[in-house]
Design a protein around this ligand. Structure first.
Ligand code: SF4
Length: 448
């Protein structure tokens, strides 16, 4: 049977781009580049990188035109596609015993139940992938196109344990796959979702030790506690890390950090902030996170936030806090309450006219075992802050909202909160400087 050529519909054309200059239009189809078909976004990027390329386009009327293009190396053509990956994201082939998506309440927006596991998304947006659904050809493509770094959910290097956790027989060979990538020069960040009684203790030692030995190509290993909602009655029984278990993990990882620092010059392994909160222990010093390789994963967020506030307060000039008077409130997750309370107290000391009320919002939507700020929903904020004194503005954290939107996970919007609580809401980026500025309602940076 004859192969059908893949035609990629062009969704839009960037203003002032090469494509616009050539008269390529939205609705045209991209057929080939340098006589090669384009499978996905990485083929596209790779093939368009050269200075001289031939692009084959099918116009909406069926006419096929070949454009010979001379441009700068890596200069973008300005073709935009409906799907950033060009083809659909690969779905996950696992059935992990700890999967957070399986623990979501029913009747949420359908897209939230989508389980992706696509190495291209790891490169493009930092998603963690398990590599259980990757073909040999796709692995070769990562190597050929030098897609680095790749973020990998390892969980355990012991094949039996990993197969048990991911409930997928293809999960066994993760060390070989990582080795293949690192041997080819691909940098890798690894994640371990720690489940008590499954991959902790000896298994954790085994996993950290094995991955640490692949440093520096395995750049970092984060350990995050399993997240448990109250919607998991029929799912695999898992236990939340309590104070004692969290303290044990901290001690264990500290030993690895010392050893790695001495023998390899980096701590390599880092714990999510949540472990220190669970253990009621101080967050490590800022320097102990080195270059914060996994901050997006909740590793070192508190240390970075506190340092940013401190630096900003040191940098601003004396008059920054003068003539300011306001009473405001902040909604935060239970686990970040202590940090936010401490930082706001410092701010109040600096600025006599500022009064801040910090409200920890209990997560009724997912269950009160979920304490992180990023999973607070709009309805919990409304229910719990109704009738509370809020002052003139309510500050919330950007991490509560879906990327590039003002919509919470439960589909409530910032606008819903403003209307229900009759308050102006300000969104604070996860950066200390922005926090101080929003608290003081300032736009300029006020530095000396
Ligand atoms: S890899 Fe596991 S945790 Fe991630 S979406 Fe798939 S089943 Fe869920």
């Amino acid at each position: 049977m004859e192969d059908v050529m893949k035609k990629i519909k062009i969704y839009s054309i960037a203003m002032g781009s090469i494509a616009q200059e050539l008269g390529i239009d939205a609705g045209d189809f991209l057929l080939k580049i340098n006589n090669e078909e384009i499978g996905d976004v990485f083929d596209y990027r790779f093939l368009t990188a050269d200075e001289n390329i031939i692009v084959e386009i099918e116009k909406a009327n069926g006419e096929i035109i070949e454009y010979e293009i001379e441009k700068d190396e890596y200069e973008d053509l300005g073709l935009e596609f409906e799907n950033d990956l060009i083809e659909d994201a690969r779905t996950c082939s696992n059935n992990c015993i700890f999967c957070f998506i399986d623990q979501l309440p029913k009747n949420m927006r359908q897209s939230l139940y989508f389980k992706d596991d696509d190495s291209r998304l790891s490169f493009l947006t930092g998603n963690y992938v398990t590599l259980t659904n990757i073909t040999d050809e796709q692995l070769k493509k990562i190597i050929k196109y030098k897609l680095s770094p790749i973020n990998i959910s390892v969980h355990a290097v012991n094949p039996k344990i990993r197969v048990k956790m991911l409930r997928n027989k293809n999960a066994a060979d993760i060390v070989e796959k990582i080795q293949r990538l690192t041997d080819a020069g691909i940098e890798v960040n690894c994640q371990i979702v720690l489940c008590h009684g499954i991959n902790d203790r000896q298994e954790l030692d085994n996993t950290i030790g094995t991955l640490g030995n692949l440093y520096p190509k395995v750049k970092s290993v984060s350990i995050v506690p399993v997240g448990l909602t109250e919607h998991r009655n029929t799912l695999y029984p898992l236990e939340k890390f309590n104070n004692e278990l969290a303290s044990e993990v901290i001690k264990q990882v500290k030993n690895w950090q010392h050893l790695f620092l001495e023998t390899k010059g980096s701590r390599i392994s880092y714990l999510a902030d949540e472990f220190y909160i669970l253990a009621n222990m101080d967050i490590p010093a800022y320097e102990e996170y080195e270059d914060f390789p996994q901050i997006e994963n909740g590793v070192g967020l508190i240390a970075a936030f506190e340092r940013e506030v401190e630096d900003f307060l040191e940098d601003v000039d004396e008059g920054y806090f003068n003539n300011f008077s306001d009473t405001i409130s902040i909604a935060t997750g239970v686990s970040a309450y202590e940090t936010i309370y401490t930082v706001t107290s410092e701010l109040e000391n600096k600025c006599a006219g500022l009064k801040i009320k910090v409200y920890p919002v209990i997560n009724k939507f997912f269950g009160d075992l979920v304490t992180v700020t990023g999973l607070i929903t709009g309805q919990d904020i409304i229910k719990q802050l109704k009738d509370k004194p809020l002052g003139s503005r309510l500050l919330i954290c950007r991490s509560m909202l879906r990327a590039n939107t003002e919509v919470f996970l439960d589909d409530y919007t910032v606008d819903d909160i403003e209307k229900s609580l009759n308050i102006k809401v300000q969104i604070v980026e996860n950066i200390g400087e922005d926090f101080v500025k929003k608290a003081l309602n300032k736009n300029g940076d006020g530095r000396c």
